[in-house]
Design a protein around this ligand. Structure first.
Ligand SMILES: [Zn+2]
Length: 320
């Protein structure tokens, strides 16, 4: 079992165990998102700590979350944990430097799909995990009922929230998220998995890869946009046909249970801001519309029809 997966399982198990308990009284006096970068005791994570602090990732997160009218505190801290982990508890979200480091290593070791970038996987993967934990926090803070697996719901709300950043940032986060799940799946593909492995409350990493693509594609269908046209050939047709409906379920649930707590005027301002600028200043534009002659195939761009592309196939690019 890979440690990232184990970490998420542990994290979410913790979240599930404690979600039923009331918030400690001392949290009631402060409201809204509270952030903290804790210096890591292990010098190995010093660089990660300094880079995240310099890039003000938590400040950006707090700003992005500012339209949400919380009547209680949501504490978010970056810290050294001694384990690869990120989790939500009644006292807030804890994101471990060890997890950032683990994802960075895994991304560096995996080949790159056409249109995907390692930098986006680092940044987008970080943000999507933060949004996933935020999903657990929202279920808890807003007392949102959840049908089905909370882990799937947290992934869904994370992807939906990412789509609210606007097309460029949404692309960075969701291509990055898909990259991370694919990298994690590929890193573990050759390990023997027990029957019990599939009893986990999370989907497999490959399923989470496809879920991410499907929500993004569903958004394009429902909102009549073309931000994720390059995801189409990555999705097998039998799943692709369901994506509009899957996205609508999330959109409707969000509208019913979260939007009543969102300041709409403030949200307009937040949506107009370009978040998560590329470190190298390069443009992260949505891709060119793909015609039949430019759809990527197993060997890269070529005359393959959508649906023939294997995300695990050879010739997808080499680690840089
Ligand atoms: Zn979770």
């Amino acid at each position: 079992m890979n440690s990232y997966r184990f970490a998420l399982q542990t994290a979410c198990l913790l979240g599930a165990l404690i979600v039923a308990y009331p918030a400690p009284a001392q949290l009631q006096s402060v409201t809204g998102v509270q952030i903290e970068y804790k210096e890591p005791a292990n010098p190995a994570y010093r660089q990660i700590y300094e880079r995240l602090k310099k890039r003000q990732v938590l400040e950006q997160y707090r700003e992005f979350m500012s339209p949400l009218k919380l009547t209680r505190a949501l504490n978010v801290s970056l810290t050294g944990c001694g384990v690869v982990n990120a989790f939500h508890s009644p006292s807030g979200i804890t994101y471990c430097y060890e997890l950032v480091d683990h994802v960075q290593r895994q991304v560096a070791e995996t080949n790159v799909l056409p249109g995907f970038r390692r930098e986006d996987a680092i940044v987008g993967g970080f943000v999507s995990t933060l949004l996933h934990e935020t999903g657990h926090a929202l279920f808890y803070l807003l007392e949102i009922p959840v049908f089905g697996r909370e882990e799937d719901a947290a992934d869904a709300i994370a992807a939906y929230v990412a789509l609210q950043f606007g097309p460029r940032t949404a692309r960075r986060i969701l291509t990055g998220t898909a990259f991370v799940w694919r990298a994690s799946e590929l890193a573990n593909q050759n390990r023997n998995r027990s029957f019990e492995f599939y009893s986990d409350e999370h989907g497999t990493d490959a399923q989470r890869f496809y879920n991410t693509l499907c929500i993004a594609h569903g958004s394009d269908i429902v909102e009549k946009t073309d931000t994720f046209v390059d995801f189409v050939p990555l999705l097998p047709e039998n799943r692709r046909r369901k994506c509009g409906r899957e996205y609508l379920h999330i959109k409707n649930s969000f509208a019913r249970f979260v939007l009543p707590h969102v300041d709409q005027e403030r949200m307009k301002t937040v949506r107009a801001t370009e978040w998560l600028r590329s470190e190298d200043g390069s443009e992260v534009a949505p891709p060119r519309p793909l015609g039949p002659s430019s759809a990527p195939g197993p060997s890269g761009p070529g005359p393959n029809s959508p649906g023939t592309f294997s995300p695990t196939g050879p010739g997808l690019g080499k680690p840089k």
